[in-house]
Design a protein around this ligand. Structure first.
Ligand SMILES: Cc1cc2nc3c(=O)[nH]c(=O)nc-3n(C[C@H](O)[C@H](O)[C@H](O)COP(=O)(O)OP(=O)(O)OC[C@H]3O[C@@H](n4cnc5c(N)ncnc54)[C@H](O)[C@@H]3O)c2cc1C
Ligand code: FES
Ligand code: FES
Length: 620
């Protein structure tokens, strides 16, 4: 361990106001969640999916931004964040904000008062998502509050009561009661917040298999490390949220954190376009794009991309996920329906890629074919376009509106002459995702549309046919059927054309252009309280609710494993709705510790009953 950094003797993370040394035996792969729960025994932060999808593990990270030096607070899915990425951060967990005898935090109180818990497993995650958001936006509107929870899943309460409790903090709610969050947070960051420390080309941690974690503080140091590990199994780490989508089954020898490299975070706005550094997060892009769209006429289309990104992943993921990390996922898994790829490609983005030899520019379709070993994405430039002729549209079709990957997504840039019947004056850019690992650009349709009028219905029909013939979706287990996806792609082009020509399109077709937006949701509960005989029939707050909202309630996976503990796992049939004729236990019997197989014959009668359905059907 001689080369482990001596500049940071004990890599430390602040947890609930106290500096905590990360023990040297923590492997580089250790997540912040495992560190909090298993090393610090802070079990209030829950864990379930380990994919960034359910939000029960959310904590708040506060740190000085490596480039802007502003103090920022963001929600973090602790299940995805490596603990060594959090070195120098101030992490606030559910235990840090309140609990029995502390007192409870108003968010914990409010959720309990509004009957927002049932089993309570998700509650700490909801509370910490709200807490994180209020740090940056202490006076949210009800609409904003609704969007705070796009990454929190509740399996049993129902969202109405949760949202009622949370919306009571909104400045436009009837019982609006904004809280002075700054005042409440003072004690947790009492020691002041510094920039996360970096360690040059010396590792800050080394795992038991020799794997190292580096935390470079400049592009030069990062490139030196890439040169050193180019031929080894290395991984750049930014938000590490890709681990929630793809589990890469390789032993990584070297992790290099790119998040603290200031040169990768430059944002430059000029009349010719917008340059964004590789570590800029999707959350930052949402604001940056809106601002650029307002300030530079030729970047008005970025407003559309900003809206699109609000439909990518969820709040906690977006607060940590970089656009460059997303592009690299597309680079590795070319069938990934990346929203970042389609939107940046249609915006004719050029990216800068660096290695020890220097820096090169690439359009995104070339980048997909580039050998990225030993290289790093440095930045991207989105060029300004002429707004009176160019139209930019992008869409995402998903199983549900939020926190879901696209079945099909599409981004379109068309330049037309409105005065000449909307004639297409440049080769358009039509990018469709979710089709296959080979298909990104609808080049046949792009060529067909050039110099044709979008107001000619025969042209439009033919263009849709060309697109239909060149889009050949592959069968994909988690997506909708190929035929459905082909139809979606065609519909998106049609929708784009209707929207571009909305001034000239007549009748019902006109309504097909705009994107529908979801209004504020509301729900009501109507019941008659029978006050007599008291207390029967009176509605009372659930006794456990505050223990649940403060993370003090314990669940089965909060208990440590006991020596010789017996574990039970379901064995699933490879296909649904089949008759099981027997069990082959030979392989299982060879696993050390195997005890026996339990089947329906062990659970006859009332034990084989899960409310109304048998656990094992009679025939199995
Ligand atoms: C729950 C969930 C939902 C999601 N939903 C969507 C969605 O709807 N649409 C969508 O498009 N995406 C979605 N994503 C993907 C998400 O956008 C990406 O995980 C994220 O953008 C990756 O960024 P990161 O900083 O976390 O990358 P990391 O996970 O840190 O890195 C990803 C890869 O990029 C490499 N890398 C990182 N930075 C650089 C760099 N500067 N240069 C070269 N290589 C680099 C890493 O080595 C790694 O291989 C979702 C993710 C999650 C977890
Ligand atoms: S455990 Fe589900 S998001 Fe982290
Ligand atoms: S999962 Fe939300 S209360 Fe049970």
């Amino acid at each position: 361990m001689s080369d482990v950094s001596s500049s940071i003797r004990d890599p430390a993370v602040w947890v609930n106001g106290k500096p905590i040394d990360i023990p040297r035996d923590c492997n580089p792969e250790t997540s912040l969640n495992d560190f909090l729960r298993d090393v610090l025994n802070l079990k209030g932060t829950k864990v379930m999916c380990r994919e960034g999808g359910c939000g029960c593990c959310v904590v708040t990270a506060t740190y000085k931004h490596p480039a802007t030096e502003e103090v920022v607070s963001v929600p973090v899915n602790s299940c995805l964040c490596p603990v060594y990425s959090a070195v120098g951060w101030h992490v606030t967990t559910i235990e840090g904000i309140g609990g029995s005898g502390k007192p409870y935090h108003p968010i914990q109180e409010r959720l309990a008062e509004h009957y927002g818990t049932q089993c309570g497993f998700c509650s700490p995650g909801f509370v910490m998502s709200m807490y994180s958001q209020l740090q940056e936006n202490p006076k949210p509107t009800m609409q904003q509050v609704e969007h705070f929870f796009d990454g929190n899943i509740c399996r049993c309460t129902g969202y109405r009561s949760i949202l009622d409790g949370m919306k009571s903090f909104a400045c436009d709610s009837n019982n609006g009661d904004c809280v002075d969050i700054e005042e409440m947070n003072k004690s947790l960051c009492a020691e002041g917040i510094a920039k996360p420390p970096t360690s040059g080309v010396i590792p800050i941690a080394r795992g038991w298999k020799g794997q190292r974690f580096y935390n470079p503080g400049s592009l030069d140091q990062l490139l030196k490390l890439l040169k050193r590990y180019k031929d080894d199994e290395y991984q750049l780490v930014c938000g590490n949220t890709s681990a929630g989508v793809f589990k890469e089954d390789v032993l990584v020898n070297c992790y290099i954190n790119v998040r603290n490299v200031p040169e990768l975070h430059n944002i430059r706005l000029s009349k010719s376009g917008l340059e964004i550094g590789a570590t800029v997060t999707l959350r930052e892009l949402i604001d940056t794009f809106k601002e650029a769209a307002e300030k530079v006429t030729g970047l008005a289309h970025l407003d559309r991309i900003s809206d699109h990104y609000q439909q990518v992943a969820n709040q906690a993921v977006r607060a940590n996920a970089s656009w460059a990390g997303n592009l690299m996922m597309k680079h590795r898994h070319q069938d990934f329906p990346s929203d970042v790829f389609i939107t940046l490609e249609a915006a004719k983005t050029v990216i800068k890629v660096a290695d020890e030899q220097g820096t090169q520019d690439h359009v995104l379709t070339d980048f997909l074919r580039l050998d990225m070993r030993g290289k790093v994405i440095v930045s991207a430039k989105l060029p300004a376009i002429s707004t009176d002729q160019h139209f930019y549209r992008s869409f995402k079709i998903t199983l549900r509106q939020l926190n879901a990957h696209a079945y099909v997504n599409g981004a379109f840039q068309l330049a037309v002459n409105k005065q000449k019947d909307y004639t297409v004056i440049e080769r358009p850019t039509i990018v469709i995702g979710g089709i296959s690992d080979k298909f990104n650009r609808a080049t046949g349709t792009e060529n067909f549309l050039l110099h044709k009028s979008l107001m000619d219905s025969e042209v439009v029909e033919s263009a849709l046919k060309v697109l239909e013939s060149e889009v050949v979706p592959v069968e994909e287990a988690t997506a909708s059927s190929p035929e459905h996806r082909r139809q979606l792609a065609v519909n998106l082009l049609y929708k784009t054309i209707l929207d571009i020509g909305s001034d000239a399109v007549e009748g019902a077709a006109r309504s097909g252009g705009p994107v529908l937006t979801r209004p504020l949701q509301r729900g009501e509960q109507d019941f008659v309280e029978e006050l007599q005989p008291a207390p029967l029939g009176q509605s009372v707050r659930k006794l456990e609710s505050k223990a649940q909202t403060s993370g003090e309630a314990t669940y089965v996976n909060d208990y440590p494993a006991h020596a010789n503990e017996l574990f039970l796992a379901y064995v699933l049939a490879p296909e649904a709705a089949i008759k099981v004729t027997g069990f082959d236990t030979e392989e299982a019997e060879n696993v050390p510790g195997y005890q026996r197989l339990l089947s329906v014959s062990d659970l006859e009668g009332r034990y084989n009953n899960n409310i109304s359905l048998p656990i094992f059907p009679k025939d199995s």
